[in-house]
Design a protein around this ligand. Structure first.
Ligand code: MTE
Length: 378
């Protein structure tokens, strides 16, 4: 019996690590078939430890604090939050920094969590969850000026797809930081602490970083300077895309040289930056074809749009916080003549996916061109 015996889980989720903690994702084809708004039961899960057990009856009384460099420290319940603060609904895509690469673990002990002293200027909002982990509670931070900017859309979320949050996704309360790696969206939220320095939580320091490529596991384990350099902490997502059709290992029963095969997939970027092009190659990147892009989230920007019964308070945000879908019809004869199909995307800052992967000790932010081998019948 695992510590998560109380947590309902969909059998379609594929486990990425051992039995516990639970880290899982849906097969790409199932994810795309489910469409723009992923149903919670197919949503990827990234847990560092056991899921806190919160009986239904205790949910309204869930408490969290706002403390540190603030004039008025607060202790709020979920009931109070819902009653006293404005409720908004809008779509956001969450992505783990470990997407497209199996995570590796660098293990190194530190002394837990010591918050910045008072009397200083607040620059960071540190966030801490209720999950009890080997190195303390899960915690990390974002910059205070991001939190204060309504265009960034950072929220405390108690519902997902119109329903109370599922246990795996932070029930009853989590942070959602649009456009940034999922690791900043702290689940089972218990504390918000305003500090002058970035979080010194173990999970902020030893997770969700892209260390310089020459830092080997040995070097990283023996020199703390690599871990405390805030420049290596990941915040915004970078451009990334994948091919769902054809799926890896799928054999194409292609006939008729003049017919078209419809290739499909997804793309996203970070920091609110919009995907402005998706390109496909059948010749190892020698030449590229432009795919069509469907930015579904733009449909939610129309006046009076509702989502799960709530009005979408999203119209005024210029930023793009969601994945988009792309497709391209390719002549069957072209598919049959190619070894593989490649995709890459670009965002509005003209930042494009690289050809080669950037190896880093935690295996994070892997976003080189995505490749699917074309397998033909016979
Ligand atoms: N918050 C807490 N308290 N504990 C965690 O283990 N994992 C983080 C983030 N917030 C985590 C957390 C990571 S690395 C990711 S990618 C997202 O939650 C995953 O959110 P999800 O499981 O709802 O998809």
């Amino acid at each position: 019996k695992t510590p998560d015996a109380h947590v309902p889980r969909d059998p379609r989720l594929i486990r990425l690590t051992g039995a516990h903690p639970f880290n899982a994702e849906a097969p790409l084809t199932a994810l795309l078939r489910a469409g723009f708004l992923t149903p919670p039961e197919l949503f990827f899960v990234r847990n560092h430890g056991p899921v806190p057990r919160v009986p239904d009856a205790q949910i309204p009384d869930w408490e969290f604090t706002v403390e540190g460099l603030v004039d008025n420290p607060l202790r709020l319940t979920l009931r109070g939050l819902v009653a006293e603060y404005e409720q908004q609904t809008y779509p956001v895509t969450l992505v783990c920094a470990g997407n497209r690469r199996k995570e590796q673990n660098a293990v190194r002990k530190t002394n837990g969590f010591s918050w910045g002293p008072a009397g200083k200027r607040a620059r960071y909002v540190c966030m801490e969850g209720a999950d009890a982990l080997p190195n303390g509670h899960y915690g990390t931070c974002v910059k205070l000026n991001w939190v204060m900017d309504p265009n960034r859309g950072i929220m405390l979320a108690h519902r997902m797809n119109g329903e109370p949050l599922e246990p795996d996704h932070g029930r009853p309360l989590r942070v959602v930081v649009p456009g940034q790696i999922g690791g900043r969206s702290v689940k089972w939220l218990k504390r918000l602490v305003l500090t002058e320095a970035p979080s010194d939580n173990w999970y902020h320091i030893f997770d969700n970083r892209v260390l310089p490529t020459m830092v080997s596991p040995d070097v990283a384990a023996n020199d703390p300077k690599w871990w405390t350099d805030e420049r290596y902490a990941i915040y915004d997502l970078s451009p990334n895309s994948a091919i769902a059709c054809p799926a890896h290992g799928e054999t194409l029963g292609l006939v008729g040289g003049t017919q078209a095969y419809r290739a499909k997939g997804y793309a996203y970027s970070g920091g609110g930056r919009r995907i402005t092009r998706v390109e496909l190659s059948l010749d190892q990147g020698g030449t590229w074809r432009l795919a069509g892009i469907d930015c579904v989230e733009d449909r939610y920007r129309k006046a009076d749009t509702t989502l799960y019964g709530g009005k979408v308070d999203f119209q005024w945000r210029e930023a793009s916080f969601c994945w988009c879908f792309w497709e391209l019809d390719i002549l069957v004869q072209d598919m049959l003549g190619a070894k593989d199909l490649l995709v890459r995307c670009m965002d509005e800052s003209m930042c494009v996916q690289p050809r080669d992967l950037y190896w880093n000790v935690l295996g994070m932010m892997n976003n080189p061109w995505f490749r699917v081998a074309i397998r033909k019948e016979g």
